[in-house]
Design a protein around this ligand. Structure first.
Ligand SMILES: Cc1cc2nc3c(=O)[nH]c(=O)nc-3n(C[C@H](O)[C@H](O)[C@H](O)COP(=O)(O)OP(=O)(O)OC[C@H]3O[C@@H](n4cnc5c(N)ncnc54)[C@H](O)[C@@H]3O)c2cc1C
Length: 448
């Protein structure tokens, strides 16, 4: 029996896809830059299915590449040639909200938007949010330790995931879903698997911390002169606004692209070099707090504030439509990086002359010094562009990956952010849990 046939006995023939035209959407990622040819795409329904599929593939020594919503931007979600592509999209069950603990257990394939719809009517919310919410899965978000727009207030996925169920490379399942906020009984296996980019195990269920739903919100779109002014304003906002939730930075060239692709009007009568979007959330309308900040700051060139849902959405679009608008211009080299906040302005200023070719559209989550650098028109120079940006970031003691992970795209540059000793430690952990290198080969670490 072929491997595809034996996998079909586990998940059902309709969930083993081998037809080339049907495989195509699994084989190329959201950016269109990363692609591979899978032996088959397999769609298990639950942890037991995943364990049986992984065990079969391990027996046949066939690598397994793991996919959630396929919105990851570093080439980690697509197969290597000849691998089995394991899609987690059918692990989409959501448990009842534990209103006493403020927690919920979900399948790895649940999308962020579905989780939000499930918990919000009960007065809860999820601490991580970003523009890919309709497609990205909780499993993929945990695997990449996703960040997004609310890290300022709630932290990254590591701070939200209290427990996991996972299948290891040999098909054994481990479960730690109690969700105890205090538990000091040895190595933190949950934290180890979160952010491991699927190199140590397949996450199948997650126990999540919820936060209170704060429905009263106010958003300010603020025109400023430059990055340094935005950083000063964020520092002031952090010091004076306890309900501050998001601080996003973007520039005039990005707004021009967004307006071209969305038809949005100009945000202000005059064009400005840089824009800062601040959001506050509370039980009562926080607009007053934002207005006080705007009045007291010397860095504000123009500003508009919205507290109704439509107005807030319209202001957020200037920021959230960046990724899709940039992609509509062509396939960019996308680099998600972080530098210490005090170096942010210098780094942004040096970027255009640092890249050997192309034009960089930059935006990001300013409080974490997190920049999304998108280089358009890089043609065949993706490697040189990547190298230039990551070297610049490393020169400030920054990180080559703030939130998307290392994937296959940045694996060769890991040494810029991690010491040889740390990489050797990561390799030892990988070898202990996946000695034959069958899970997500080439992601994060070079193949064994
Ligand atoms: C428009 C847009 C905006 C975005 N904004 C942000 C942002 O603000 N912040 C941010 O952090 N990211 C952002 N991203 C990137 C992306 O959405 C995140 O990395 C997200 O966490 C990926 O989830 P996914 O389900 O699509 O995972 P995939 O892309 O399918 O996979 C990502 C990685 O996780 C692994 N993986 C997936 N599921 C599992 C699992 N169950 N078990 C083990 N490994 C698994 C994959 O093998 C791969 O290595 C954005 C992407 C887009 C397209």
């Amino acid at each position: 029996m072929s491997l595809a046939d034996s996998l079909a006995t586990i998940v059902g023939p309709e969930h083993v896809i081998t037809d080339a035209s049907m495989l195509a959407s699994y084989e190329t990622d959201w950016t269109g830059r990363f692609t591979g040819r899978a032996l088959a795409a397999v769609r298990p329904r639950d942890t037991a299915d995943v364990a049986a599929v992984i065990a079969q593939c391990a027996d046949a020594a066939i690598p397994v590449c793991i996919q959630g919503g396929n919105t990851g931007l570093v080439g980690g979600s697509v197969p290597v040639d000849g691998a089995v592509l394991l899609s987690l999209s059918r692990l989409d069950r959501i448990g009842d909200v534990d209103t006493v603990a403020g927690q919920v257990t979900v399948g790895a394939g649940v999308t962020l938007a579905r989780l939000q719809q499930h918990v919000r009517p009960l007065g809860f919310d999820f601490g991580v949010d970003f523009a890919a919410r309709e497609s990205c899965t909780i499993g993929g978000m945990a695997a990449t330790n996703a960040g997004g727009e609310r890290v300022l207030r709630y932290g990254t996925m590591r701070a939200q995931v209290l427990g996991v169920e996972a299948v290891l490379a040999d098909g054994r399942a481990v479960s730690r879903l109690q969700g105890l906020p205090k538990d000091n009984t040895g190595y933190d296996v949950v934290s180890l698997l979160v952010g491991a980019e699927g190199t140590l195990g397949v996450l199948t269920k997650l126990r999540l911390r919820l936060v209170p739903l704060l429905a009263a919100r106010a958003v300010a779109l603020i025109a400023v002169d430059d990055t340094a002014a935005a950083v000063r304003l964020v520092q002031q906002a952090r010091d004076t606004l306890p309900n501050l939730e998001a601080a996003e930075l973007f520039f005039a060239d990005g707004v021009t692209l967004v307006r071209r692709h969305t038809g949005l009007p100009a945000p202000f009568a005059d064009e400005h070099p840089a824009y800062l979007l601040l959001e506050c959330a509370d039980r009562n309308d926080p607009s007053e707090n934002l207005l006080e900040l705007l009045e007291s700051s010397a860095d504000v060139r123009d500003a508009t504030v919205a507290s109704d849902a439509r107005g807030r959405h319209a202001l957020w679009l200037y920021r959230e439509a960046h990724t899709e608008s940039i992609n509509a211009e062509g396939v960019p080299v996308k680099l998600d990086v972080a530098v210490p906040l005090r170096a942010l302005a210098d780094c942004v200023a040096k970027l255009p002359s640092a890249i050997p070719t192309g034009r960089a559209i930059v935006f990001g989550h300013v409080n974490e010094g997190n920049l999304h650098v998108n280089v358009l028109d890089a043609r065949d120079d993706a490697h040189a562009v990547t190298d230039a940006v990551l070297q610049l970031v490393a020169s400030y003691g920054g990180s080559i990956s703030a939130e998307h992970g290392v994937g296959r795209a940045k694996q060769a540059w890991l040494g810029l952010s991690r010491s040889a000793e740390e990489i050797a430690m990561m390799r030892a952990i990988k070898d202990a849990l996946d000695p034959r290198g069958l899970l997500n080969p080439g992601v994060l670490l070079p193949p064994a």
